[in-house]
Design a protein around this ligand. Structure first.
Ligand code: EPU
Length: 438
């Protein structure tokens, strides 16, 4: 894949693109396949590098992964076998998903190894909730010079767990472990993102017994045996929101095939408040800039059903064109505004407050680690040379460059390919003016 894209800005993006299965479900459903004693079929799998990493990890553990048709993965876990620290360290690469192998591997092999975890560099990304949950199930966590080795000499039993924060990954860890643990698990303060509900659907197809209550509580009754599933992944709402922002920023008109209103309700409210137009269709959502000035907003990122942290980066590019002062509070990650430096370089007026800002109109309670970005617009954007820092920040650079006057060089495209399927082809289909460099 090319490492650099040279973009001639100023041309609206127009046309239709498709989003497929969500990165944050597909990779987890692939891990769930380890729990079955027959093969699983996952459909609508996006062609992204995080899926490649999880495929290689599964291969290392003896899972045969093949693609019977475009966008489909057949995952056969019949010959699951142990592997070594060196192998998984080399494979885990830039993904956070490998930590979710723990529960399934403990059930299948009695041992799990945790590699040096990657993922986007958006602040300290601890795994304490994961380790505490595994210990509550009866696992023993040993740290050695090689990494973390987890064993379950006496098997795993149901547990009462309350997460300190509704972490997506830790909720998935509990689900993937509790389904085959002995007895009932009660998980309080769980994350309830649509991708988690879809993972619950996958596990239920496999034979799991899981029910949820309205107050972020999930119950899981362990079963002795799970079989494979056939499942079509929920569509990628983060990718859909990114293309919606691209339409607004470039004054364009994009039909995002596969986008689902239900999973985007909170995003759509903000999109409308900023001045974007959208139309919900059976097979997707059309997003466009209806003309006239954009309006400033105040947004706080939050766990579902709040405004997702992955939506703020492309939104901020649109807010550089709104008339007035917008404030975005990042309350989920402790360092997710690093990407704004390059937007500043392109002409944006963004001031980051590292300890957050007080505000009387907030919905989300203040968190210790939060920051705030104050965006004053409208400021014309001009071309620059910028290096992609992470997945969502990287996409926001692409759309800033597409809206800017003049030429931009965006380097280090790799992190964007972690989660945006065929983004170069999609830019081409939408009429963007660019060339690629190796
Ligand atoms: N946290 C802890 N301890 C833990 C786990 C999490 O303190 O053991 C904290 C994190 O540091 C963070 C907060 O809890 O401050 C939320 O983290 P969470 O566990 O919810 O995030 P994650 O599971 O690591 C997933 C997505 C992210 C997405 C977040 C929030 C995947 C592979 N990643 O991360 O996606 O931003 O949930 O919804 O599913 C992306 O797609 O670009 C991306 C980063």
């Amino acid at each position: 894949m090319a490492d650099t894209i040279v973009i001639e800005g100023g041309k609206p993006l127009r046309g239709r693109i498709e989003v497929r299965g969500a990165k944050n479900l597909a990779t987890k459903a692939m891990v769930a396949a380890l729990l079955g004693d027959t093969p699983s079929l996952l459909q609508d799998v996006p062609d992204i590098s995080d899926v490649t990493i999880v495929t290689r990890m599964l291969n290392a553990y003896g899972v045969a992964v093949s693609s019977p048709a475009e966008g489909e993965l057949l995952l056969d876990p019949v010959n699951v076998a142990r592997t070594h620290f060196d192998t998984i360290d080399a494979l885990a690469g830039s993904s956070r998903v490998p930590i979710l192998f723990c529960g399934p591997l403990l059930h299948r092999l009695g041992e799990a190894l945790i590699p040096d975890l990657g993922g986007c560099r958006i602040g300290d990304r601890p795994i304490d909730f994961h380790m505490d949950a595994l210990r509550a199930f009866g696992a023993i966590v040993d740290k050695s010079y090689e990494g973390i080795r987890i064993t379950a000499p006496n098997g795993l039993h149901g547990a009462n767990i309350e997460l300190p924060f509704p972490s997506v990954g830790a909720t998935e860890q509990v689900l993937l472990t509790a389904v085959r643990a002995q007895g009932v698990t009660e998980l309080k303060n769980a994350a309830i993102e649509p991708e988690i509900m879809d993972l619950i659907a996958v596990l239920q197809k496999m034979g799991a017994i899981i029910w949820t209550e309205a107050n972020r509580t999930i119950f899981i009754e362990g079963v002795d045996q799970l079989s494979g599933y056939t499942h079509r992944a929920i569509s990628d709402r983060n990718e859909a929101a990114s293309w919606a922002a691209a339409a607004l920023v470039t004054q364009g008109d994009i039909f995002v095939g596969g986008a689902k209103q239900q999973d985007l309700l909170t995003f759509l409210n903000v999109f409308r408040k900023v001045g974007g137009a959208f139309e919900v269709h059976e097979d997707g959502i059309r997003f466009w800039h209806p003309g006239g000035p954009l309006k400033p907003v105040q947004v706080e990122t939050d766990v579902h059903p709040g405004f997702m942290t992955d939506w703020q980066q492309p939104l901020i590019v649109a807010l550089t064109q709104a008339e007035g002062v917008s404030i975005v509070h990042e309350t989920v990650y402790e360092n997710r505004f690093g990407f704004t430096d390059a937007l500043h370089q392109m002409g944006a007026d963004i001031v980051v407050h590292k300890d957050g800002l007080e505000s009387v109109t907030r919905r989300v309670p203040r968190r210790k680690l939060e920051q705030a970005a104050v965006i004053t617009g409208p400021t014309p954007l001009h071309g620059a040379e910028v290096e992609v820092p992470d997945l969502r920040g990287g996409f926001s650079y692409l759309i800033a460059a597409l809206a800017a006057d003049g030429v931009s060089r965006v380097t280090n495209l790799g992190p964007i390919a972690r989660g945006y399927e065929h983004f170069v082809e999609k830019l081409e289909a939408l009429g963007a003016d660019f060339t690629l460099e190796a």
